[in-house]
Design a protein around this ligand. Structure first.
Ligand code: NAP
Length: 488
């Protein structure tokens, strides 16, 4: 079967795309979802304590505010429920094909459509919107002997509630965003908890708090008030760009705030030293938490900073020769981002892999389209992720461009792709902004690919991205009609 638009993924990006397409009158849309429910990362990450570190009012669609958020920074169950409600409100459920794992997406020259090979057969689409997200493929640590461990190993993004942690000896590998949320939650349950830290994170105080009923009533009766709070949060976050991008020395104040936070919460000087980051704040994602550091003041929790040498049947051996024995191992070790396997499954008109865009070998236009990938759009594409604000703002920006381009492609029966030299210029100019930013100050992070190239972060104010993606500019594109005549 041929659909007008195949959307791959039913998280914020995929649902947002379907809503915006409907708005522009495009209804022959199929959303392919590999799982049996919608929600993407907010369906999958059910580890205890999972929460968004962007404020609820900003971490939601601008066109679907939720006056009922119960916390200023929402926990996973509420965000997932929000997505379910959005799907109902905009009648999206009937568009979703659950349990359809998309295995390959290739441009089919003869039919001038995209062929989607799925776990449930082939589909064809005139346009494809890839909305599988950057944080979708859990990465287990590349440590020798991982498979030898005799107990369960759980990645935070593949949490298994059936594994009872009560009174168990548990090891957590990693101290990033997922670890700092789950460690304080599981610490009181387990017998012992050892947290393996390779690099300490910068952690700032968490300002989240429950939302009182009065506020919810005001948001409900005066929707403008919630928009104001959202705008206030948005602009405060934009100020961080001044430090991250323009002048990292401005981050000294935030570093002092983080060190003070650590000092208030950890009295043991040696422990504090081991938890103190030695790189510029912002180089890795800045974290917020009030309960991660205090977890180490518990008698049953230990911070391990010796490097991991290997994993054995009984536990983790560190480079000092010690064997740390566990019943359960938790890998809070992040995701395949610049090397997301999904990108190796997408092939353009000349057979190129989308993955090349994250290696720096394939130019992109506005992080969304690629030469020789006609009528193909990627949400959360190269250099559209953020270290300081809401990804939903970026997705909505991309959708302004995408929906307009899709409309032209369908109305004119055209194939649209960015002109090669325009995409090359966009990519070059974007990369030229990265030297001197905080992400370039010498740390390893998931923002960088193996060659050290930053192909994930948008290095500027987000309103500039909004402005760049506001319109579909035909002059920047090669537009071929069915007669194969280039019209622009
Ligand atoms: P992450 O930030 O990539 O952290 C992975 C952690 O595992 C790091 O501490 C890393 O150490 C460590 N690690 C990886 N491989 C290791 C190995 N072989 N040996 C020892 N340690 C190893 O992953 P994450 O915590 O899952 O977070 C990923 C992203 O998801 C976040 O940055 C954020 O964007 C998103 N997230 C957001 C929230 C939220 O509140 N919105 C919550 C969770 C996740 P190194 O630092 O030394 O590499």
């Amino acid at each position: 079967m041929v659909v007008d638009v195949a959307v791959i993924g039913s998280g914020f990006g995929g649902l947002g795309a379907a809503i915006r397409l409907k708005e522009t009158g495009v209804t022959n849309v199929a959303i392919f979802e590999r799982a049996s429910d919608l929600g993407g990362t907010w369906r999958d990450n059910i580890y205890p304590g999972c929460r968004c570190d962007v404020a609820s009012n900003l971490y939601s669609f601008s066109f679907a505010p939720n006056p009922a958020w119960t916390n200023t920074y929402s926990y996973q169950p509420e965000i997932w429920r929000y997505l379910q409600n959005v799907a109902d409100q905009f009648h999206l459920r009937e568009l979703i094909r659950y349990d359809h794992d998309v295995l390959d997406v290739s441009f089919d020259g003869p039919s001038k459509t995209w062929r989607l090979t799925t776990s449930q057969g082939d589909y064809y689409a005139r346009c494809v919107i890839l909305a599988t997200g950057g944080l979708a493929e859990p990465r287990l640590p590349d440590i020798a002997g991982l498979s030898l461990f005799q107990g369960p190993i759980m990645h935070t993004a593949q949490w298994n509630d059936a594994i009872d942690l009560r009174d168990q000896r548990v090891g957590v590998i990693g101290t990033g965003a997922s670890a700092i949320q789950t460690v304080p939650q599981i610490a009181p349950l387990v017998r012992t908890l050892e947290v393996f830290q390779r690099t300490p994170s910068w952690i700032l105080p968490h300002l989240g708090r429950p939302v009182i009923e009065r506020t919810k009533q005001i948001f409900t009766t005066l929707p403008f008030s919630q928009r104001l709070v959202r705008a206030w949060g948005y602009w405060r976050r934009e100020l961080m760009v001044l430090g991250f991008v323009k002048d990292p020395s401005r981050l000294t104040k935030a570093e002092t705030m983080s060190r003070d936070h650590l000092e208030r919460q950890i009295k043991d000087e040696s422990l504090r030293g081991r938890l103190t980051p030695r790189y510029r704040l912002g180089c890795k994602r800045v974290l917020i938490s009030n309960d991660f550091y205090p977890a180490f003041n518990r008698d049953n929790v230990t911070l391990v900073t010796e490097g991991i040498e290997s994993i054995e049947a009984k536990g983790v051996r560190t480079v000092d020769g010690e064997l740390h024995e566990f019943d359960v191992l938790i890998a809070a070790t992040g995701f395949y981002v610049t090397d997301n396997p999904m990108a190796t499954q997408v092939h353009g008109a000349k057979g190129e892999e989308l993955a090349d865009a994250f290696l720096g070998d394939l130019a992109n236009y506005k992080g969304t389209t690629f030469p020789d990938f006609p009528n193909f759009f990627m949400l959360g594409g190269p250099n559209t992720a953020l270290g300081h604000s809401s990804i939903i703002f970026m997705l909505e920006s991309q959708l302004n461009y995408v929906t307009k381009a899709v409309r032209v492609a369908l109305d004119d029966n055209a194939l649209i792709e960015p002109k090669a030299h325009i995409a090359a210029r966009w990519t070059h100019e974007l990369q030229a902004k990265l030297p001197g930013t905080v992400w370039d100050t010498g740390c390893s992070s998931w923002y960088l690919n193996d060659a050290g190239l930053n192909t994930t972060i948008w290095p500027d104010f987000t309103f500039k991205f909004r402005s760049a993606t506001r319109h579909f500019n035909p002059r920047d594109h090669q537009i071929s009609t069915s007669k194969e005549s280039e019209v622009s």
